[in-house]
Ligand binder design. Structure first.
Ligand code: SAH
Length: 343
């Protein structure tokens, strides 16, 4: 069975013509129903019964099952454990801001990147998600919420650029006027720094916000906490970032997880300043969130604010990311592709 949500609009047109032998406008009808959130083919009321039967026999709507839902008592953040068709689990997080709802979605079951501070990589990578499974997260959570989600961050489990094709198709579907109609400017994609894919993405000239997980200002420290740095060191990564900015004219957001005694000294802040000077960028500081196996700790509030202050003084905009949903293990780096590992 094929998941109809795996297809971009153009691919669906082709499928309708070539595999179903139907006129092109059927694709328009089917596509629109998919993202209106129908849960059965019988709800596609403007299709003939015979076409609906044909669809049922070979395709699925790719609906994900909500296995568990946790709601934070601090800030209403919701963490969803979603089950895929093959029995695997992923997590998505819904955050409420004054400007609307943002969903944080996963791109893989597990992750192969091995960052020392992150829970998502503990069991390695099981597999990549399809485009339909990525968009299925938005659909499932939106349906449960009963309201429209306005922003998407690809910052959940997995490395999105290690699943380039599916992520690219997802970006086509989500942006389509008959799809979810969420503009690329409302979408952020975060990567640990896969240089060739960053360059490829630059060439697509999309209007999404690129976030780079930097987390250190020297190769020595970065390689210790992020194995990817041994392959693509900081200089190469920043070259790729400059290329991205040149192609898209978009400001890059650098994520910097502050870990006590590892990368949070004033010297590190000054070195970071030097690295980023003159770039069209912004730094998002994330006080490290607890992950049982790592033992990493946050420094005190003063040291975090001091780090921010040094960057700002040097002319780089820096914000401290608000922690959300820590009581339900929904914060950055706390998501896992497994059931039953609560807290
Ligand atoms: N693989 C992508 C997407 C993950 S995004 C990437 O690496 O960018 C999640 C963000 O949270 C990344 O910046 C990641 O480095 C950061 N993160 C991971 N574990 C964390 C933790 N324990 N505390 C705070 N941030 C963490």
């Amino acid at each position: 069975m094929k998941n109809l949500k795996d297809y971009t609009y153009e691919e669906l047109e082709q499928l309708v013509k070539e595999e179903l032998g139907e006129p092109k406008f059927r694709a328009k009808q089917i596509f629109a129903w998919l993202y209106r959130g129908v849960t059965s083919f019988d709800e596609m009321s403007d299709l003939s019964k015979s076409l609906r039967e044909k669809l049922k026999s070979a395709y699925t709507l790719g609906n994900l099952t909500i296995a568990e839902k946790y709601v934070s008592s601090i800030d209403e953040t919701r963490r969803y454990l979603l089950q895929l068709d093959d029995g695997n689990f992923i997590e998505s997080v819904l955050m409420k801001y004054h400007h609307g709802y943002t969903i944080c979605i996963s791109s893989q079951v597990g992750c192969a990147m091995g960052c020392a501070f992150c829970a998502s990589t503990r069991g390695g990578k099981v597999r990549s998600l399809s485009a339909g499974e990525i968009i299925g997260q938005v659909m499932a959570v939106q349906q449960d919420l009963g309201e429209k989600i306005s922003n998407i961050v690809m910052m959940g489990i997995g490395e999105p650029l290690d699943n380039y094709d599916a992520v690219w198709r997802f970006l086509q579907i989500v942006n389509h006027p008959l799809g979810l109609c969420i503009g690329h400017r409302h979408i952020s994609l975060s990567t640990c720094g896969l240089v060739p894919q960053i360059k490829r993405l630059a060439e697509e000239e999309l209007q999404i916000t690129l976030s780079i997980s930097l987390h250190a200002s020297s190769n020595e420290t970065r390689s210790k906490i992020m194995p990817v740095n041994r392959r693509y060191p900081i200089e190469e990564l920043l070259d790729a970032c400059r290329y991205y900015i040149e192609k898209t004219n978009r400001r890059i957001s650098f994520e910097y997880t502050l870990i006590q005694g590892v990368n949070d000294t004033p010297e590190e802040a000054k070195a970071l300043l030097k690295l980023l000077k003159g770039m069209l960028c912004h730094v998002n500081l994330i006080p490290v969130n607890p992950v049982a196996e790592t033992g990493f700790k946050q420094g005190d509030r003063k040291s975090i604010e001091n780090f921010q202050h040094i960057l700002e003084q040097g002319g780089i905009a820096a914000t401290i990311r608000r922690e959300m949903g820590t009581d339900i293990r929904a914060a950055c780096g706390q998501l896992r592709a497994a059931k039953g590992k609560e807290k």
